[in-house]
Design a protein around this ligand. Sequence first.
Ligand code: SAM
Length: 289
Amino acid sequence: MATLVNPQNTIEILQKYQFHFQKKFGQNFLIDAHVLDRIIEATQITKDDFVLEIGPGIGTMTQALCEQAREVVAVEIDSNLIPILKDTLRAYDNVTVLHQDILKVDFAALAEEKNEGRPIKVVANLPYYITTPIIMELFERHVPMDSITVMVQKEVAERMQQGPGSKDYGALSLAVQYYAKPQIVANVPPNCFMPRPGVGSAVIHLDCYSTPPVRVSDEKLMFALIRASFNQRRKTLANGLSHSGQLSLSKELIQECIEELGVPANIRGEALSLEQFARLADIIGEKEK
Ligand code: SAM
């Protein structure tokens, strides 16, 4: 089977199977060999690795992953793509295609079964509307992972990398940076896909930490604080936290804790670093005991 990653070979497969793109599945297939090379290079996959690919499409990245990895599991929701994948991946005996919705996959059980619980590598070019929930699910469930290499909307990739002071800094930046070191490895214009998406894309590599870069006693409380702060962007941190439906903290307690953190009383949440959110969670946790 010739490599799929060019317009002619992709069109040939699509015509052979009379495939119709389904908008609801966010189907934009990669047709640029240079971008594929950048993705594979960023993953640093070796013959020791087990790789989970989310949304293989017609198998364009899957072929390259099979060449590099020990074993690949590719999870695809669209039943019309399953016979195509059987055809395009027939040369490889180290791949399993699961016809399933990725949102229903038990990642930890898969890592246990296929990799004896050792860290896995995740690679995906996903529909943009499920990218963030999936990344958060992988992190929050503490699935053992070395890295996630994923194609996302350009703005989302930028948000993941931002720190305090930038307008794009938010709950996603902090969540990603607590679990991984993000690095954009390629900017990808719409003409690298078939059909062309309406937005620019970027490949981001998230190099997962074995231990987070900051210590916090209650991770859940820290993320609740982060969410509450950024839900109310224009409010001060104190107002954001006291008006949150999720947290039941008195304004007096919040003000006391902010003072103990050593930042101005009228500071906004978006000025706090990950370290400061972790310390604030510890201070509040101590006072609530
Ligand atoms: N990886 C291929 C490529 O780069 O050419 C396809 C990328 S396309 C943007 C996204 C793929 O994810 C499609 O094949 C789509 O059918 C699949 N997909 C969408 N939602 C999914 C879900 N919930 N679970 C598994 N696959 C899904």
